[in-house]
Design a protein around this ligand. Structure first.
Ligand code: FAD
Length: 474
């Protein structure tokens, strides 16, 4: 059996810990059953943002008549844009894979790994063991148990990136961020898209008015059905029929399309890697249980990233990977004369974005979170139309909402929906990590006029106790 100092399951953010360990002189094995680099590089963030950028551009051209420019998209070279996306991501992954085997003590095992005993993984009929084990096994798409689905061809985020031709029509099952990002892309390039969402709103973790604005904007370009549960799927003559049950009326309706994309949530990979064989506890859904320091129930086995089933974003996994490496290094060799000084992750200001159209970005608490916290709140909202740059842009729909603690002035959270939301949210994220985390620097800092950050400042200018939120609007 091959022995290493460290074994890392998953080559996404897991690779960060692996390379830190290798640089510090440890021997390391990384196991992954998919392209090296994990979901973000190969199946998630990066390829999809290459696609949504194209979709944004197409929408900007279509919306140019807002500012009296007559423009139209002549043609979309779908084959070439998909090829560019794959080239920018998969080629990088392949290059990283090729670099293995060139140095000693840093090995990549391509195959599904499963624990067979404590600290021991079997992969491709080979057993490997290490003193330190890092589980960064991510998550994979949920395939809902729908009668007939197993008899038709369907795509997930893993396979849809392999397309070479624009599907004429696509039914997307699900209404979370992956569904609305792909919906935005495929409809922009010309597919006839239908989103069938079981929940009463799109992107359910966002506040209702945010989901509702997104629904009303997407509805201009595609069908969006809420409260619709898919109950059967079949295929005849090259067309798929998806039967959905309207959960409000109890009526069933058939939808037909050339392709189906499943975007119905993410599930744990624990069924593949069998954590119980190494004494690692998972919750009822298979997400790995860790303490504040990312220690699992088994000594010297650590877990982080999507494998924990919370805040599933690459920037969260990256931040955690640094903490995990710090904690491992401290555990192995504490700083001179000290007990190990372990670090915790600070979750109070995690930003996240949904790259649809309009884009959505959130940091910290949503309004529903803040109300549930029971704190006295100040809430401020400003529409993009309330600042000069918004007028210049032809009044795009969207708004900024900021939420503060009424007593301490601390910023609790913010949501932005509209142009440049993922960029605009950063100003608030940084404030939430500096000084008293209060909002006063927002007014001490001069904002360029007329530029979009003024809408963020304006939202803070509109702060009022929550009951007066609407009265003080504008
Ligand atoms: C379509 C899509 C779009 C996304 N867009 C964004 C975005 O814009 N921004 C953002 O921050 N996040 C985005 N995410 C989420 C982001 O991709 C994840 O949060 C991130 O990749 C998690 O990293 P990780 O290292 O925890 O897991 P992963 O990157 O998923 O790595 C885990 C790896 O482990 C492998 N693995 C699991 N079990 C085994 C086993 N038993 N044997 C061998 N290998 C195994 C998996 O194949 C995988 O390669 C997106 C996700 C999807 C699906």
């Amino acid at each position: 059996m091959k022995q290493y100092d460290m074994l890392v399951l998953g080559s996404g953010a897991g690779a960060n810990v692996a390379s830190d360990a290798y640089e510090q002189g440890m021997t390391v094995a990384i196991v992954d059953n998919d392209r090296f680099g994990g979901t973000c590089l190969n199946r998630g963030c990066i390829p999809t943002k290459i696609l949504t950028y194209v979709a944004d551009l197409i929408m900007e051209i279509r919306n140019a008549d807002r500012v009296n420019v007559k423009a139209s998209v002549e043609a979309v070279d779908f084959g070439a844009l998909m090829e560019r996306m794959r080239h920018e991501t998969w080629d990088e992954s392949e290059e990283m894979e090729r670099s293995f085997g060139k140095v000693k003590g840093y090995d990549f095992y391509k195959g599904t790994g499963e624990f067979v005993a404590n600290y021991t993984i079997e992969v491709n009929n080979e057993r490997i063991k290490a003193q330190q084990v890092v589980i960064a096994s991510g998550a994979r798409p949920v395939i809902p148990d729908i009668p007939g689905l197993d008899k038709v061809q369907y795509f997930t985020n893993k396979t849809v990136l392999e397309l070479h031709e624009i599907p004429k029509s696509m039914i997307i099952i699900g209404g979370g961020f992956i569904a609305v990002e792909f919906g935005h892309f495929f409809s922009a390039v010309g597919a006839d898209v239908t989103i069938l969402q079981r929940a009463p709103s799109l992107v359910v973790q966002e506040d209702n008015d945010v989901s509702e604005l997104l629904r009303s904007e997407l509805t201009k370009r595609m069908k969006v059905l809420l409260n619709n549960e898919v109950v059967a799927v079949s295929e005849a003559g090259g067309l798929k029929t998806v039967t959905s049950l309207d959960r409000e009326t109890g009526n069933k309706k058939d939808f037909k399309a050339e392709t189906i994309l499943i975007a119905a949530g993410r599930k744990s990979n624990a069924d593949l890697f069998k954590p119980e064989k190494t004494g690692v506890k998972v919750d009822k859904d298979g997400w790995v249980i860790v303490d504040d320091y990312f220690r699992t129930s088994q000594k010297n086995i650590w877990a982080f990233g999507d494998a924990l089933g919370r805040q599933m974003f690459r920037h969260v996994a990256n931040q955690q990977s640094g903490i995990v490496w710090h904690n491992i290094a401290e555990t192995i060799k504490p700083a001179e004369g000290h007990a190990p000084r372990l670090m915790k992750m600070d979750y109070h200001a995690i930003p996240r974005a949904i790259f649809t159209y309009p884009a959505i970005a959130t940091v910290g608490m949503t309004l529903q979170d803040a109300k549930a916290s029971g704190r006295p709140l100040l809430v401020g909202k400003a529409d993009f139309t309330s600042v000069a740059k918004g007028l210049a842009m032809g009044n795009p729909p969207g708004f900024v909402r900021v939420i503060c603690d009424a007593e301490a002035g601390a910023i609790l959270g913010a949501t932005i929906v509209g142009p440049e939301a993922p960029t605009l949210i950063q100003e608030i994220t940084n404030l939430m990590n500096s000084g008293n985390t209060d909002f006063y620097p927002m007014f001490e800092s001069i904002h360029i006029h007329p530029a979009l950050p003024e809408v963020v400042q304006q939202a803070f200018g509109n702060l009022a106790p929550i009951d007066h939120e609407h009265a003080h609007h504008h």
